[in-house]
Ligand binder design. Structure first.
Ligand code: SP5
Ligand code: ZN
Length: 346
C-alpha cells in the first residue's frame, strides 16, 4: 500500500495545551508520526513517498480566505502584540452570534478557534499545509487508479471547520481530499467515514448542505465527550444535504463487538449511497486507555479489532484514501495503524 508522508510536521511542536482547564504537555506530538513510521517499516508497508505541492487552490475550496491568512500570519503578530511566545492559545473567545470579526492579534485567535487545544507556533501553518498536500497526493493517486492509499497527516484535520481550528486541527485534510476527488472526476461522489473517537465536527460542517459528499461518523456521544456541541444522531444534514449526514454516537466504554455492529450500520449507509470514492478519517483514540479520550469517557477497543475494522471497510470495495486523524496511546499507535491497513488490504 502506498504511504504518503513528510517531515514538515516537525515544524509544528507546541509545548502544551489547556486540557479541561489544566495546562499540560500536548498529547498531539511529532513522536506519533515517528512511531507510526517505525511500525510501517517493521511491517514492510510501503513504499513511503513524499507529497507534492498542490498550491493554495484546493485548500481555498474548503477553507475561508480570512481564516487561511490568519493561520499563516498570527504567530508573529501575536508575539509582537505581547502574546506568549510558547504558543497562540486564545484568551478571549468569540461567541459568534453576539460579536463581529476581530483582527487584533490578541483577539483574532478567539474568533478563529473553538477550544484551547489547538496551539499555534511559528511552523504550524507550514506543517498544516504539508499535511493537506499529503492528503491531496493520496487523492491524486486514487484518481490515477490506486485502490488504497494511506495519508500520514499531522496535524490532524477533522475538527477544523471552514474558518475554525480546534482539537489539534487547523486544515481539514480529509475534507480537502474529498473535495479534490469530486472536482477532478466528472460526476463523482464521495463518502467520508470518520472512525476517530471524537465527532468530526469540522467535516460535518463543511459538507452539511451537500448531497455529493456523505459524512458518516462513529464516535463517543457528545453527551459526555468532546467536542460536546455537535455529533448527535438528529444532525442529518440540511437543504440539499438533508439525509447526507449520519452520526452514530455510542456510549462510553464500548468494546469490539458493539463497535463492529455500529461499523456495519455505517457501512450499509455508505453502500446505499454508492459513492465513487471513500475517504476514511482514521483516528485510533478508540483504543482502550487512550489518554485523551480518558478512561471514563472513551472506548475500550483492543488491538485485535483494527484489522477487523479494516476488513469490514474493505468489503465496500471502494477506492479508499485513509487519512490519519487522532490516536494518543503512543505505545500502541503504530501497531494499531498497521493492523487497520493490513485489514484493508485483505
Ligand atoms: C484529532 C483529535 O483526536 N482531537 C481531539 C482533541 C480533544 N481535545 C479535548 C479532549 C477533552 C477530553 N476530556 C476528557 C478527559 C478525560 N480525562
Ligand atoms: Zn480524536
Amino acid at each position: 500500500m502506498i504511504v504518503i508522508a513528510s517531515d514538515t510536521h516537525l515544524q509544528h511542536n507546541p509545548p502544551h495545551e489547556f486540557l479541561d482547564g489544566a495546562l499540560v504537555p500536548i498529547f498531539e506530538t511529532p513522536a506519533r508520526v515517528a512511531i507510526i513510521r517505525a511500525a510501517l517499516e517493521r511491517a514492510a508497508i510501503g513504499p513511503i513517498v513524499a507529497p507534492r505541492s498542490f498550491g493554495i487552490e484546493p485548500v481555498r475550496a474548503v477553507h475561508d480566505d480570512g481564516y487561511l491568512t490568519y493561520l499563516e500570519t498570527i504567530y508573529d503578530r501575536w508575539v509582537v502584540a505581547g502574546g506568549a511566545p510558547e504558543a497562540v492559545i486564545p484568551g478571549t473567545l468569540a461567541v459568534r452570534w453576539m460579536t463581529r470579526p476581530h483582527t487584533h492579534p490578541l483577539a483574532a485567535p478567539g474568533y478563529y478557534t473553538f477550544d484551547t487545544c489547538a496551539p499555534i507556533v511559528a511552523g504550524t501553518y507550514a506543517a498544516a499545509r504539508a499535511a493537506a498536500d499529503i492528503a491531496l497526493t493520496g487523492a491524486e493517486r486514487l484518481l490515477a487508479g490506486e485502490r488504497c492509499v494511506y495519508a500520514l497527516c499531522r496535524p490532524p484535520g477533522h475538527h477544523a471547520g471552514r474558518d475554525l481550528c480546534g482539537g489539534y486541527c487547523f486544515l481539514n485534510n480529509a475534507a480537502i481530499a474529498a473535495e479534490y476527488l469530486i472536482r477532478n472526476a466528472a460526476g463523482a461522489t464521495c463518502a467520508i467515514l470518520d472512525i476517530d473517537v471524537h465527532h468530526g465536527n469540522g467535516t460535518q460542517q463543511i459538507f452539511y448542505e451537500r448531497n455529493d459528499v456523505l459524512f458518516v461518523s462513529i464516535h463517543a456521544s457528545p453527551d459526555y465527550q468532546y467536542p460536546f456541541f455537535l455529533g448527535y444522531a438528529d444532525e442529518r444534514g440540511a437543504g440539499a444535504g438533508e439525509g447526507y449526514n449520519l452520526n452514530l454516537p455510542l456510549a462510553a466504554g464500548v468494546g469490539n463487538r458493539e463497535y463492529l455492529l455500529a461499523l456495519d450500520q455505517a457501512l450499509r449507509a455508505i453502500a446505499d449511497f454508492a459513492p465513487r470514492f471513500l475517504v476514511l478519517s482514521a483516528g485510533f483514540d478508540t483504543f482502550a486507555g487512550d489518554p485523551v479520550a480518558g478512561h471514563g469517557g472513551g472506548f475500550a477497543l483492543s488491538m485485535a479489532v483494527y484489522p477487523q475494522i479494516g476488513r469490514h471497510i474493505a468489503a465496500l470495495n471502494l477506492p479508499t484514501l485513509v487519512v490519519q486523524e487522532g490516536g494518543y496511546a503512543i505505545e500502541a499507535l503504530g501497531d494499531n495503524v498497521v493492523g487497520l491497513l493490513q485489514g484493508l488490504e485483505e
